[in-house]
Write a protein that binds this ligand. Structure first.
Ligand SMILES: [Mg+2]
Length: 353
């Protein structure tokens, strides 16, 4: 079967977030990280990259390369929040999402009726609309090629590698660019006379395994455009949920219930899609000051319709009291999938209040 794999990679993610959040940084060379002796650059804006500033470079070296460089402290809660936002977009197309980091993921959209290129385009547009950030996408029939493709037209790019163009693409690809071939391995391959994909074809599988172990087998196959690795959602499913961070904090009951109603529908839809029924409902509340509270209820029977989710969510929202501070995020989760019996309703988290 021909698979449809998409690799999405946000462009200069941390640096772009900082530029988005602070307009004074727009168009300027920015490095996320410290400028001190021991600190390293975590991410560099495209303006900084022109000077050779790269992630993992010591801050002092970066400053030497680009004296105008502006250092910004990383804001990981913010990156995590946006990462969540983009994953929600991915999940609206497929459950087969394998995140590689905050800003990168593989998606398997083989069973989606739309063309993969169309989906990739839509995802890029949605990401931009929701976050004002750009992403690059690669589309192909396996993970390796999708990953390689997303790099071709960066930033804000989209590139497709069709099966009939794969060997040409791989042939010209520099060996140090191969995903999965690190700096040291690339060096060793060069010593063997391998500078690009075409050169790699000269070696038998046996020889590559002798020299590089299990990875050698992988090298042999990717040189031929073969990569059977599946897109693996990275955790086993223990809960199904939806959450939303609001651009303006919520403070009234109506506002909150309104949002929760949408979420309840989303959660039910996902639960149906996965064929999973749970007995525990959890409401997550994050206040404007980032304090997080969860409230949960466990039922004897499965939570299997929207009305029930709404009813329980209302109960959790009002008890022990309506959130008393402005709310930044709300989330609903269903869990406890394989529990057969629970004697009574309970709420462990509420005891905290
Ligand atoms: Mg990236």
């Amino acid at each position: 079967m021909n698979r449809k794999i998409i690799h999405i990679d946000m462009d200069a993610f941390f640096a772009s977030v900082e530029q988005r959040n602070n307009p004074e940084l727009k168009g300027k060379p920015v490095a996320v990280g410290g400028s001190g002796e021991r600190s390293v650059v975590a991410a560099a804006s495209y303006e900084a990259r022109k000077f050779g500033v790269r992630s993992a470079l010591p801050g002092v070296t970066a400053k030497r390369l680009c004296p105008e460089l502006i250092f910004v402290k990383p804001n990981f809660p913010e990156y995590g929040r946006i990462s969540h936002q983009i994953r929600e977009i991915f999940y609206s197309y497929t459950d087969l999402v394998e995140p590689l980091s905050f800003d990168e993921a593989y998606l398997d959209v083989s069973s989606h009726e739309k063309y993969a290129v169309k989906i990739a385009k839509e995802i890029k547009e949605k990401i931009f609309k929701e976050t004002e950030l750009t992403a690059s996408a690669g589309v192909s029939y396996n993970k390796f090629l999708a990953k390689m493709a997303s790099d071709v037209k960066k930033p804000n790019g989209l590139f497709v590698i069709l099966p009939e163009h794969a060997s040409e693409f791989i042939g010209q690809l520099k060996i140090e660019k191969f995903h999965g071939i690190g700096e040291k391995t690339a060096q060793r391959l060069k010593e063997l006379g391998v500078f690009n994909g075409t050169d790699l074809l000269n070696f038998e599988e046996k020889f590559l395994i002798q020299h590089f172990g299990k990875a050698g087998k992988h090298f042999y196959h990717i040189a031929r455009g073969i990569d059977e690795r599946e897109v693996k959602p990275n955790q086993e499913l223990k809960s199904i949920g939806a959450e939303n961070t609001f651009s303006v904090d919520l403070s009234t009951e109506d506002e909150m219930l309104n949002e929760l109603l949408d979420m309840a529908e989303k959660v039910m839809e996902r639960s149906n899609k996965k064929g999973k029924k749970g007995k525990t409902l959890t409401l997550k509340i994050k206040y404007h000051d980032f304090e997080v509270r969860t409230r949960s209820l466990t039922m004897k029977e499965d939570i299997d319709n929207v009305d029930m989710i709404v009813k329980l969510t209302k109960q959790l929202l009002m008890n022990p009291e309506l959130p008393y501070k402005p709310v930044r995020l709300l989330g609903i989760t269903i869990s406890n999938f394989n529990f057969s019996e629970r004697p009574e309703r309970y709420s462990s988290q509420m005891k905290l209040f």
